[in-house]
Design a protein around this ligand. Structure first.
Ligand SMILES: [Zn+2]
Length: 394
């Protein structure tokens, strides 16, 4: 249990004197009062924060919905908007009400209970986008409010998605889910590449295709589906068989992230070509796959930050047995698979791509991760940068 007057010094000076600021609590926070106890139920991480609080503080907290300036909050709290006017006056005494409001805000800010957004929710996106992305914007705002990014506004993160280019290589059982989730999230430009045609045996797990698409080029059917999923997204479809890094140069040029979900002619060859085409400019998510009850989440290669693909190859190919990547990724063609399971892998990769695009810390760098679908557990092993690596070393 904490008391406002004891810890206000933590954050009381952090706050702006901006007269136009309209503070509000984080959307994920639910407030309950119990006598002189204020409870903040933080639904984002399922923690509960308790404070003792006098009636003035309780009044202030109930007014933090983003519609009032600090001056208005002070005036309304002083007047005792709901009830208990006498008690509020008693609690306030001779104190400077404006200063007390700032102290309360300082404590809430230090505890990550206040929203960091300085602009009204969804400002500047336009009515159509604001409505389309409503639920996602609430989540993005909460990432900002939690301090996971220096960005203060969820709208700012949405704009980064909107301005980004993602490349999905291979749009089958893995890439299809990746592309669909990136389109739903509003990644502004999505380039997809495949050379196959849709087969009936694809449909159980390749989410972009329906019965009517059998026989059609995959990229054409996929582009139609993605455009209908989110009309704010620009889709470029490239029908091409990849035979070397040169075939990838124009595809990855200027991209913010590349997700390699291609496995032809072999998963290992195409992975090496993707790494060669992307290094050292473009982040690439590599080594992905699924077979039977193992999903390979692979690794994120972020030039200048994580171990490179050559380091991953050196580490994983030195192994035998459980972690021998070649046996898992190289033989997945025609391996047993189900849409529910490869969708799980594809969406982890899409989430990683969204983190890279928005500047949220990525989760799959410097490690090799696999999900075992049966116990539903993720196992990871560290992939260190080799100190003498000719690619990513000093
Ligand atoms: Zn390296």
């Amino acid at each position: 249990m904490r008391h406002f007057s004891l810890i206000h010094a933590l954050g009381g000076k952090l706050l702006t004197d901006d007269l136009e600021w309209r503070p509000r609590l984080r959307e994920s926070v639910i407030v309950q009062t119990d006598g002189s106890t204020l409870l903040f139920l933080c639904t984002a991480d399922r923690t509960v924060k308790r404070f003792t609080a006098d009636d003035f503080v309780v009044q202030v907290v109930t007014l933090l919905d983003g519609s009032r300036t600090v001056a208005e909050i002070e005036r309304l709290a002083r007047g005792g908007v709901a009830n208990g006017t006498e008690r509020v006056r008693e609690a306030l005494g001779e104190a400077d009400g404006r200063e007390l409001v700032r102290e309360v805000l300082g404590v809430l800010a230090a505890e990550n209970i206040l929203s960091k957004a300085q602009e009204p929710a969804f400002a500047g996106l336009g009515a159509g986008r604001a409505d389309f992305y409503d639920r996602q914007l609430r989540l993005l705002q909460d990432f900002c409010d939690e301090g996971l990014t220096p960005e203060r506004s969820g709208v700012g993160l949405q704009r980064r998605l909107d301005a980004a280019t993602a490349v999905v290589l291979g749009i089958g059982g893995l890439g299809g889910w990746v592309a669909l989730s990136l389109a739903g999230a509003g990644v502004g430009r999505i380039r997809i590449c495949d050379f196959d045609r849709v087969e009936a045996s694809n449909l159980t797990r390749q989410v972009l295709f329906g019965v009517g698409d059998v026989g059609a080029p995959k990229v054409d059917a996929a582009a139609t589906r993605l455009r209908s999923h989110n009309s704010y997204v620009e889709v470029t479809a490239v029908n091409r068989r990849i035979t070397g890094p040169d075939d990838l140069a124009d595809l990855v040029d200027g991209a913010d992230v590349v997700i390699n979900a291609a496995d032809q002619p072999t998963a290992n060859d195409v992975a090496d070509w993707v790494a060669a085409a992307c290094w050292p400019r473009v982040p690439h998510i590599m080594g992905t796959g699924y077979a039977y009850h193992i999903g390979v989440l692979g690794t994120s290669i972020i030039p200048g930050r994580t171990a490179c693909w050559a380091c991953v190859r050196a580490e994983t190919f030195a192994d035998h047995g459980r972690h021998r990547m070649e046996s898992l990724v190289g033989k997945r063609e025609k391996a047993g698979a189900m849409g529910a399971l490869c969708g799980l892998v594809g969406n982890v990769l899409a989430w990683e791509a969204i983190r890279i695009i928005t500047g949220l810390p990525p989760a799959l760098g410097d490690r090799w991760s696999e999900i075992d679908f049966w116990p539903l557990e993720i196992q990871s092993r560290a992939i260190p940068k080799r100190p003498d690596c000719p690619v990513c070393g000093p």
